[in-house]
Design a protein around this ligand. Structure first.
Ligand SMILES: [Zn+2]
Length: 89
């Protein structure tokens, strides 16, 4: 007899289809809590600080230039999705 119910909705593999309210982030290497930022902040802020321990992460522009370029595309696409959602609401 199976008692387990899968109440969690399956997460779409495409990050663009996720709830835009869910902010991106990364685990703090110092304390393990999630350092959160909006996509816009991720694109334009030079550094991020962990709100729990205060550890600051500098953005390495050279290493992440390509990733940022991709993120910028994601940002634009996410905006377009938002506009579509508004239109068909
Ligand atoms: Zn931390």
């Amino acid at each position: 007899m199976r008692n387990r119910r899968n109440r969690d909705l399956p997460q779409p593999s495409n990050p663009l289809m996720r709830d835009p309210a869910a902010t991106p982030g990364f685990p703090c290497q110092n304390c393990g809590s999630k350092v959160q930022m909006t996509i816009a902040e991720l694109l334009y802020k030079p550094s991020f600080a962990c709100v729990v321990c205060g550890c600051v992460y500098e953005k390495n522009a050279t290493a992440s230039a390509k990733a940022l370029e991709m993120l910028q595309n994601v940002h634009v696409a996410a905006k377009q999705i938002e506009e579509l959602k508004e239109r068909y609401r």
